[in-house]
Design a protein around this ligand. Sequence first.
Ligand code: PLP
Length: 257
Amino acid sequence: MKKVLTIAGSDCSGGAGIQADLKTFSAHGVYGMSVITAVTAQNTQGVFAVEDISRDVIAKQIEAIFDDIEVDGLKIGMVSQVQTIEVIAEKLRHYSPETVVLDPVMVSKSGYHLLNPEAEATLIKDLLPLAMIVTPNIPEAEVMTNMSINTLKQMEDSAKAIYQMGAKNVFLKGGHLENEATDILYDGQEFSYYSSPRIATKNTHGTGCTLSSAITANLALGYTLHQAVVRAKEYITIAIEHSLSIGKGVGPTHHFY
Ligand code: PLP
């Protein structure tokens, strides 16, 4: 059994964050573990409160896992604050896991800052170099590169810029562009392009978390980066197709294989 860890925030409504990650891991037949960085109070309508977990308790959670259990894949999601990022980076430098997927979570679809804007530079400086692959969406790539992205060419330029900041591979998701829904993967040498049909639904809560977790699970299972991305995209497409109209707002994706 492959063992996979998510370091991320809790979404009590079960659609995003740690909860989406663990559901995705289970659906892939891997054993899921979690280090919680923040507890959020949220539902399909918005985020109402966030309490960050202390630096010390985050450190102890990471130690508890790595000192006891082999980690075949690791995903980093919501990291909230400068001190959270610093302690994660310090611990990962110590344990040096190979397969690290960084989802640079910044703002929720409902507009809540899940990453303190003051921590953006620390995320780039401390976590980007530790990741095998980083998975920004367009708004996140715009913040990271200070560029405005409206075309596939601009996506390519932004992916190159993120690569130059220290990422080994950049998977830039095109879903926020009006016409293009193409995602691109840049490995420092060439681009790969991944298109999928746009699914007409409002229920997309937690899609970013789910995609990065699915990539992590597939890498842990031994797939190549390209295969892991293709398989994760298939997984998220089916999860969105079967998304759930629960709650009064943006419903979650549905996890099964
Ligand atoms: N809440 C948490 C804890 C998350 O980690 C994420 C991840 O991006 C979100 C919410 C985002 O939710 P949404 O897909 O609605 O933007």
